[in-house]
Design a protein around this ligand. Structure first.
Ligand SMILES: NC(=O)c1ccc[n+]([C@@H]2O[C@H](COP(=O)([O-])OP(=O)(O)OC[C@H]3O[C@@H](n4cnc5c(N)ncnc54)[C@H](OP(=O)(O)O)[C@@H]3O)[C@@H](O)[C@H]2O)c1
Length: 277
């Protein structure tokens, strides 16, 4: 991305903090980043942390930016869009990271002709280790797509989906996914403690195992995940005993049902958030 693209963040909370840090750590000039927020205390904090130009008026920010990142809670997104509707005649890219709110609703609130990229990041983005599903509406140019991609890559990696409904699938997988792994860590910690380990030791063993397994899965380009599992599952060994127990209780079905529930909930929330006229 050229360092002359001006990026404005509406909502200077946690996700904006992660994205602004990511951009600056990747060499992007703080002179080209702006932020607006309803919370003036937070705004002056961001201004002194990053030396950014900040605004209390969202429309003043929008009129000055090539990219407007909508980083407020989904419930206030319609208000924010209406604030800036008359200040985007210069056709900035609108990048929404608000969970669940559909591009068709954002576009309607913005007056109907906006170039919108919608992204679903996840919480590890706060550590620069996020993964984001990203979708562009038909108005978005190739150049704007690559700008959106670069912004999100500054906090991890991102993957395009062709159809917006697939962002609900992304939500059910990577959006909510960190909590599934936390649940696994909690369960393994409790089970380890029940087998006699000190709780702190059980927790550390669980966390480091999750981290190590994740890194092995991520680094093993030529070995399938199934093969990685087979490699540590000796016939008649301890791991096989555990895997058989998981499978007896239909682990795959449990995961699939849980993710279907998250997917359906994402769709319902999206419909509710768009239905506010
Ligand atoms: N955190 C995550 O891991 C994560 C992951 C995926 C997606 N997201 C999405 O990212 C978005 C931002 O999340 P977040 O965790 O960064 O939220 P956050 O920390 O609450 O930040 C949002 C900020 O927007 C401000 N705000 C409220 N109304 C405003 C208005 N009308 N104009 C300008 N600013 C306003 C809030 O101020 P007040 O506090 O005073 O209201 C707050 O400072 C959400 O839509 C969320 O769904 C977050």
């Amino acid at each position: 991305m050229e360092n002359n693209t001006t990026i404005g963040f509406i909502g200077a909370g946690n996700m904006s903090y992660a994205l602004i840090s990511g951009l600056i750590n990747n060499g992007y000039s703080n002179k080209k980043i702006k932020a607006s927020d309803a919370n003036t205390e937070l705004l002056s904090q961001r201004s002194s942390e990053f030396n950014l130009e900040v605004f209390t008026d969202n429309s003043e920010l929008a009129i000055n930016c090539d990219v407007v990142v909508l980083a407020v809670k989904p419930q206030v997104l319609s208000t924010v869009c209406r604030d800036i509707k008359n200040f985007i005649k210069h056709k900035p890219l609108v990048l929404s990271i608000a969970a669940g709110v559909k591009s068709i609703d954002i576009n309607r609130w913005l007056g109907g002709k906006a170039s919108i990229v919608r992204a679903m990041p996840n919480t590890p983005a706060l550590l620069g280790k996020g993964v984001t599903g990203i979708y562009a509406n038909a108005k978005v140019s190739e150049k704007q797509k690559s700008i959106g991609e670069e912004i999100l890559n500054s906090v991890g990696s991102c993957l395009w989906v062709e159809n917006e409904v697939l962002l609900d699938a992304v939500t059910s997988l990577s959006g909510s996914g960190p909590a599934y792994f936390f649940l696994m860590i909690e369960s393994m910690t409790k089970a380890g403690a029940a087998l006699g380990l000190d709780k702190k030791i059980a927790q550390e063993l669980s966390i480091q195992t999750a981290l190590g397994a994740g890194m092995m899965a991520s680094n093993s380009e030529n070995v399938s995940i199934r093969q990685l599992r087979a490699n540590v599952t000796s016939p008649n060994g301890t791991t096989e005993a555990a895997i058989n127990s998981f499978q007896d209780q239909n682990f795959e079905l449990i995961v699939s049902r849980a993710m279907r529930a998250a997917f359906e909930r994402a769709r319902t929330i999206g419909a509710e958030l768009g239905d506010d006229d």
